[in-house]
Design a protein around this ligand. Sequence first.
Ligand code: PNS
Length: 161
Amino acid sequence: MRRAACPGSFDPVTNGHLDIVGRASQLFDEVVVAVGVNAAKQRLFAPEERMDMLRRACRPWDNVRVESFDGLLTDFCRDQDVVAIVKGLRAVSDFDYELQMAQMNASLARVETVFVPTSPEWSFLASSLVKEVASFGGDVSGLVPDFVHDALVDRLAERHR
Ligand code: PNS
């Protein structure tokens, strides 16, 4: 059994994330979507909300499950018997930081990082941008699953009340 992790904050999950998770599910026997729970960081969605959205979005893949982690990703990989961390690369600008993290993670544990090029249709996509555009009333439908879009619009409306 070769198990991979797709880590991230997923605040919220986008179609770009799902592109990478779906492709990782073809490459590995099992994929664990690892939701980083860093209490020090301000998030729009609580960890359980982010995980619920991911579980719903990942239903099409029966070898994908969703877990949370707090602390080092390499500790999570060790605990879950993960052999590879799968990361999407959107552009060259992602590469410097991702390489640094891959090398740090490899120095901490026996875990490889596999880079998967993001599909061109999602190469501009980031959760932070989706939130910013949506907060100013921009149309982000088509960039996230429909139920995530509804949750995003509702949450932003609550914030502006
Ligand atoms: O979606 P994000 O915010 O880019 O995800 C970043 C994440 C959660 C994958 C990264 O911050 C991470 O791995 N955090 C866990 C803490 C850790 O292991 N830090 C050392 C990284 S070399």
